[in-house]
Design a protein. Structure first.
Length: 457
């Protein structure tokens, strides 16, 4: 009997899982393994919302494996040490895993490969498991990655994707390897009260419902803050409970302008993964430095805290920040507005905002979170680095009835639109009836400060 270990990372599913199918094809038994990587904890990425969602995902993955005659093995510690220990326990010949793009993921693969080869065993790393297209699948003629989205999308759209793989009917697992108890969401403190449920079954049901009833209106409604017409699949894509390849294929099969717009968003995700794969240091360094002189000191710190708490005085920004704290998720238009306000109006370093998002977002990862922040800050791939989103105009456009603000800023719930987007314009006596702060800074003053700081006057 020959045995393979399948190391699950950001691919917590059984449907469309190339490493698992390859292991089952080459060996009689497999050991599905997840290692709680202590290096991730030490780096500050073990946020409560993601730990809770992860607990859901691991429980669901274990249940699906047990339905197929298998089980999930959970270990904690250094990934290389734990994998090698398990390989020796079950005398496995090979290990299969999905390719990553971050510095941490690549270093993990290199260490693991070297350690396994030293013992006469092999590591197989599979591309296009976490993304629809592998980072290097499409390349421009003169660079190792695309720096502008539109030409990338054109090439990506013509790329033949691999076939979607069915979930295996059986997963035979040897009896020997022991496992730690699976974590439970209830054991995680500090979780956002509105955090969504995790797991592959939830992901697949959500995709099916959304393609059936939500995708058709996605093109015209995805920026409607109160309408909440986005798919909400980003946490499942981040944890890999849903295959990006399958999502693309099923959306294309559904057809229509809404499904096409959704596929474009999936491509945007792949685009950022290929940027990070080529420039891993842009997780924390400017992709394109603009000579910024970001504000520091007590005033900047106090304004940043007000931004985190949803007390900036700009209702649509505050609504977005409060949704983040309550759900561990934020509407995409809200993310753009919140990030633009911090970096362009308050002129605070994007890294501070990105860190706060990573502390709360269930879908927070380096490729999508950091590079979207850089895009908004103008230090990333945006071809208009000095664009500034006006929160008043954005609120009037994307929350014209004020329903998004009314939900998340309840102290303004009795104030109708359009006044709810500019409460500071109310007569003083009326303003006093609302427990809501004045704006931290005037928009014109913030714009002037940003232009002077960036030297773009």
């Amino acid at each position: 009997m020959n045995v393979a270990v399948v190391l699950f990372t950001s691919d917590l599913r059984l449907h469309d899982h190339p490493p698992l199918r390859a292991a089952l094809s080459s060996c009689d038994r497999v050991v599905p393994l997840f290692v709680r990587d202590r290096a991730v904890d030490a780096a500050g990425f073990a946020a409560p919302n993601r730990l809770a969602f992860l607990a859901d995902c691991l429980a669901d993955l274990d249940a699906a494996l047990r339905d197929r005659g298998g089980r999930l093995v959970l270990r904690s510690g250094d990934v290389t040490r734990e994998v090698c220990a398990l390989v020796r326990e079950c005398d496995a010949d090979e290990v299969h895993m999905a390719a990553g793009v971050s510095n941490h993921a690549r270093a993990r693969e290199e260490r693991l490969r070297a350690a396994l080869e030293a013992e006469g065993r092999r590591l197989y790393v599979h591309e296009a498991v976490i993304t629809a297209a592998a980072p290097g699948a499409v390349l421009p003629a003169s660079s190792d990655h695309f720096a502008v989205f539109t030409p990338y999308f054109r090439r990506w759209a013509d790329l033949p994707l691999r076939p979607v793989l069915a979930a295996p009917r059986t997963v035979p697992v040897p009896d020997g390897p022991g496992s730690e108890p699976l974590p439970r969401r209830s054991g995680v403190a500090g979780v956002s009260p509105g955090l969504a449920a995790g797991g592959e079954r939830e992901a697949r049901a959500l995709l099916t419902r959304w393609l059936r009833s939500g995708a058709a209106r996605y093109e015209e409604a995805h920026d409607d803050l109160a309408g909440d017409a986005t798919s909400r699949l980003s946490p499942h894509l981040h944890f890999g409970t849903l295959s990006a390849t399958e999502a693309v294929q099923r959306a294309r099969a559904a057809g229509g302008t809404g499904a096409d717009a959704f596929v474009r968003q999936l491509c945007w995700r792949d685009f950022h993964h290929q940027v990070l794969a080529a420039r891993p240091d842009c997780a924390w360094r400017d992709y394109r430095a603009r000579g910024d002189r970001w504000r520091t000191g007590r005033d900047a710190e106090e304004e940043t805290e007000a931004w985190k708490e949803g007390r900036t005085g700009y209702p649509v920004v505050d609504a977005a920040m409060r949704q983040l704290r309550h759900e561990g998720w934020m509407h995409n238009r809200g993310r753009l507005l919140a990030a633009s306000f911090l970096t362009k109006t308050l002129y605070v370093d994007w890294r501070i905002g990105a860190r706060h998002f990573l502390d709360l977002l269930v879908d927070g990862d380096l490729a999508n979170n950091q590079l979207n922040w850089q895009w908004v800050a103008g230090t990333g791939t945006d071809t208009r680095p000095n664009r500034v989103l006006n929160p008043v105009r954005q609120g009037l456009r994307f929350d014209p009835e004020g329903r998004y603000v009314h939900r998340w800023v309840p102290e303004l719930a009795r104030l109708p639109a359009p006044q709810v987007h500019e409460p500071w314009r109310l007569p003083e006596a009326e303003r006093a009836r609302y427990d809501y702060p004045a704006p931290l800074i005037g928009l014109a003053d913030g714009l002037d400060r940003f232009r002077r700081g960036r030297g773009s006057e």
